[in-house]
Design a protein around this ligand. Structure first.
Ligand code: ATP
Length: 380
């Protein structure tokens, strides 16, 4: 059992405010990913949970028990680092055995546990090797084994895939996902890679400058980003942002951008907002993959518009394009596409329900503005 509760948690390094009064609940058995750019405070948060750093203010609680004053080794947590953190002079066996020796386990119990764990991670054949004789993937498997032997209640991962080549990254990522499923413990995982976060997380915490910007499942973060910041951080290629204008037309909200008027569903914006602020500027945003390319054979229909093809960059299965419509340049990725050429004009469709709307001043989603704030347990 390990539910982690952070209450008004704050960490200053002299004048640097690494974490600014943060409230968060990480549920028992949850795979929680801390996502954000370099310097936003992800590692500091992980180190506070581990007990390697002391908070300036606030509390870290495990299952309701205040951890302030409890040393890292007594918190029942294990940490896995991007640089593996192996002891270079010890072989793989001794590296894995190290935490158990510190706990004064008997030699035969240590041997049994190390062998069982090594088998599970498929590293039995390298137990006699020193870290310098290992590939990056083997080093990270060894580090995972060393973290696992104590059966910790919480695993903390600090960018564990960063020093691996792309193929190995996928392999170790899948291994970590599988370990989470089988070990049924709480995982807290730091990354600045949104793809990794989307693939691994039960829930994601998006951070900026020592603050939480949004907490949600990968689908919630992707489909309902609560701010321009989150919308721009998650998604590849990045979401398109447009300076648009909204107006009230017979009780419906019409938003104009790319030279086209879109009547957006009422679920995207509170009615009083577009009624009271008709004519006001608003930020509209669309994910590149939400545009659809219309074949020449298809009849003209609502929300079809013409776009000039400025650039084509083919990427894997999708066709990645830079288009221009109504004087604005944007990115579109088409899955089912026919041949199109740079310099040509294409017909594109956008379903208005795929539009995201943000307040021009606060940069917050107008949908979120109509909702209750994030509560202290991190749920909406
Ligand atoms: P990265 O992805 O680059 O590791 P991060 O999101 O993990 O970044 P942190 O390492 O937690 O960010 O750092 C948050 C802020 O605190 C940064 O401004 C960093 O420079 C500062 N910081 C972190 N540790 C210390 C320290 N020991 N002394 C002084 N400042 C620190």
């Amino acid at each position: 059992m390990a539910e982690i509760r952070l209450e008004a948690l704050k960490k200053d390094f002299d004048e640097v405010h690494a974490l600014r009064s943060l409230d968060l609940v990480i549920r028992d058995h949850e795979f929680m990913v801390l996502l954000g750019p370099s310097g936003c405070g992800k590692t500091t948060l992980l180190r506070l949970i581990a007990g390697i750093e002391k908070p300036t203010d606030g509390r870290v609680c495990f299952d309701g028990e205040d951890m302030n004053g409890i040393e890292p080794m007594h918190r029942n947590v294990a940490m896995v680092f991007q640089n593996f953190g192996l002891y270079p002079h010890l072989n793989v066996f001794k590296n894995i055995a190290f935490p158990l020796q510190s706990l004064k386990w008997k030699p035969d119990a240590i041997e049994a546990k190390v062998k069982e764990t090594a088998e599970r991670l498929d590293i039995t054949h390298i137990l006699n090797r020193k870290p310098r004789q290992l590939s990056g993937g083997q080093k990270q498997r060894t580090a995972l084994a060393r973290a696992m032997v104590r059966d910790p209640a919480v695993f903390l991962f600090d960018e564990p895939l960063s020093n691996l080549d792309p193929k190995m990254r996928v392999e170790i990522r899948d291994l970590i996902a599988e370990l989470h499923r089988s070990l049924k413990t709480t995982f807290v995982y730091v990354t600045h890679d949104q793809g990794e976060a989307m693939q691994l997380a039960d829930r994601i915490v998006v951070m900026e400058e020592g603050m939480i910007r949004q907490i949600g499942t990968p689908a919630e973060i992707y489909n309902e980003p609560n701010s321009v910041y989150v919308a721009g951080f998650v998604g590849n290629p990045q979401m398109n942002f447009y300076a648009a204008r909204m107006s009230d037309r017979d009780g419906e909200c019409v938003v104009k951008f790319m030279g086209t008027e879109f009547t957006v569903p009422k679920s995207l914006i509170p009615e009083e907002q577009y009624r009271n602020e008709s004519g006001k500027k608003i930020i509209a945003a669309v994910r590149p993959e939400d545009f659809r390319l219309i074949p020449d054979t298809e009849e003209a229909a609502k929300y079809h518009f013409e776009a000039a093809v400025r650039k084509i960059v083919t990427m894997g299965a999708g066709l990645y394009t830079e288009l221009e419509a109504g004087g604005v340049v944007f990115t579109a990725v088409f899955q089912n596409h026919t041949e199109i050429a740079e310099g040509s004009t294409v017909t594109v469709h956008l379903d208005p329900s795929r539009i995201h709307l943000f307040d021009s001043e606060s940069k917050l989603s107008v949908r979120t503005l109509a909702r209750p704030e994030v509560t202290s347990d991190g749920t909406l």
